[in-house]
Design a protein around this ligand. Structure first.
Ligand code: NDP
Ligand code: 2IT
Length: 450
């Protein structure tokens, strides 16, 4: 059994029943053989065994009272995965599906994503199995306050800096920041994604979606092509999807779809972004109402999705931006995309394509940007928010956007050049995994056995 296979097999024994976590680990480790062969030190230093084990995992009870006076209890998590490159950095997800496996897969991805940005940030992730849907503002506030009443003792501006993810946006960050400040008496950059009124950075809200689109454009530019005029499929209708759609329009592309947990929307003429933003503000699950304004659009409810995939990927387009959640794009979806002429896939979400779907993209040699490279613009801009907080400055929109573009270009170049260097030109999964791994592993070796 190879060193890599043994590590995965040991992991399945020590951390049972964590399918999403194994999926993320296997994808990274599968790329590492050439670098492990080229340098014996990684194996000697047990780097892989150390990397797959979080430095610290915090699990806690989150009790809160709902509007009817009933006591509710949720499970809270913060996984501080790796601090070789800087303070733990990564979002908080509030979604009923959250469990240890999901938080660990997200935290593991975050290590390599953050390394690829070239910035000084380690990897972490957290969240709770709390479902914000249908909850009042007061309930959200009480939940966030209870969550922070435990989390505050584990985080700090130079130790661990959480941000948003699914179900956590500016409102939740505000309530959590308020509680942190109340408990510690400190006003400091302990969270990113803050409101522009009190310490947030311009472009942070837009950064993940914009970044995934910039990344797609860099991949295409390298192939003598561009997004201009291309029909694009986008999934999701949250923070990442909305700003991916906005940037696609700005670059002259035509985003024709979006989706949520209830269904997929397709509009040949291009998604009406003003209406989409309005619908998402009015109600969290009413994409079908779009048809009241645009009768030429099409809505497919989840009940009518193909058995082996997601309706959003069965429409015809040249580009795809999965921006909803993990494993939302199956092998059959990937085959349908390729058959319909899709030439570029850029992942705004974390691990949205199943392992078999990724194989289809690699085999077809289309431009495929894996999440840990393509969606790194969000966390990179979070680090720019930290830099502004620490220096008590506020940069202009143009300055932050310029830095974001530069970072996305560097990530593309690093992943692309590394793929070529290690013998698989064009394979950005391979290039991103090796480049991210190398930066973290070398830092770990220099810092000794800790
Ligand atoms: P939001 O909560 O703003 O939006 C999530 C969107 O995805 C919603 O439209 C939601 O639909 C849909 N969705 C969530 N879960 C499911 C599901 N199980 N099935 C179908 N649709 C689903 O989250 P974000 O836009 O911030 O996050 C989207 C993705 O991007 C996630 O994978 C996240 O980890 C990743 N990401 C986010 C970053 C950020 O800065 N926010 C940075 C990097 C990656 P509904 O409302 O119906 O639930
Ligand atoms: O997955 C991610 O990179 C995020 N949710 C953003 C993390 C951050 O710290 O901004």
């Amino acid at each position: 059994m190879t060193y890599i296979h043994k590590t995965i097999s040991d992991l399945k024994h020590s951390s049972p029943a964590q399918a999403e976590f194994y999926q993320a680990v296997e994808e990274v480790l599968d790329s590492l053989e050439p670098i492990l062969e080229s340098s014996a030190c990684y194996q000697q230093q047990a780097i892989i065994q150390r990397m797959v084990e979080p430095e610290r995992q915090i699990m806690f009870r989150v009790p809160w009272m709902d509007d009817n006076g009933n006591i509710q209890v949720n499970k809270g998590y913060r996984v501080e995965f790796n601090s070789a490159l800087g303070p733990y950095k990564g979002g908080l997800r509030f979604h009923p599906s959250v469990n240890a496996s999901i938080i660990k897969f997200l935290g593991f991805e975050q290590i390599f994503k953050n390394a690829l940005t070239g910035l000084a940030i380690g990897g972490g992730k957290g969240g709770a199995n709390f479902d914000p849907k249908g909850r009042s503002d007061a309930e959200i506030m009480r939940f966030c306050q209870s969550f922070m009443s435990e989390l505050y003792r584990h985080i700090g501006p130079t130790t661990d800096v959480p941000a948003g993810d699914i179900g956590v946006g500016a409102r939740e960050i505000g309530y959590m920041f308020g509680q942190y400040k109340r408990l510690t008496g400190r006003y400091e950059g302990v969270l990113t994604g803050k409101s522009l009124l009190w310490g947030g950075s311009l472009v942070r809200k837009e950064a993940t979606g914009y970044g995934a689109v910039y990344f797609a454009d860099y991949m295409l530019a390298d192939r003598g092509d561009s997004l201009k005029g291309k029909k694009c499929l986008v999934s999701g209708a949250g923070n990442v999807a909305i700003y991916a759609i906005e940037k696609l329009y700005q670059l002259g592309a035509v985003p024709v779809s979006c989706s949520d947990s209830r269904g997929a929307l397709y509009h040949e003429k291009g998604i009406d972004l003003v209406l989409l933003k309005q619908l998402k503000e009015e109600c969290s699950e009413c994409l079908d109402k779009y048809l009241e304004t645009h009768s030429d659009a099409k809505y497919v409810p989840v009940a009518d999705y193909p058995e082996d995939g997601n309706a959003v990927w069965r429409f015809t387009a040249e580009a795809a931006f999965p921006c909803a959640t993990q494993n939302e794009l199956s092998e059959t979806d990937a085959q349908a995309l390729i058959a319909n002429g899709c030439v570029v896939v850029s992942e705004g979400a974390n691990m949205p394509s199943t392992a078999k779907a990724v194989d289809v993209f690699i085999e077809a040699k289309i431009a495929y940007g894996p999440g840990k490279a393509a969606n790194a613009g969000g966390v990179a801009t979070s680090q720019l928010e930290m830099a502004q907080n620490a220096s008590m400055q506020s940069w202009t929109f143009e300055k932050v956007d310029e830095r974001l573009k530069e970072i996305m270009k560097n990530i593309f170049d690093t992943a692309n050049n590394t793929a070529t260097e290690f013998g698989q030109p064009g394979n950005l999964v391979f290039g991103a995994n090796i480049a991210g791994f190398k930066r973290v592993a070398d830092a770990m070796i220099e810092q000794g056995i800790v």
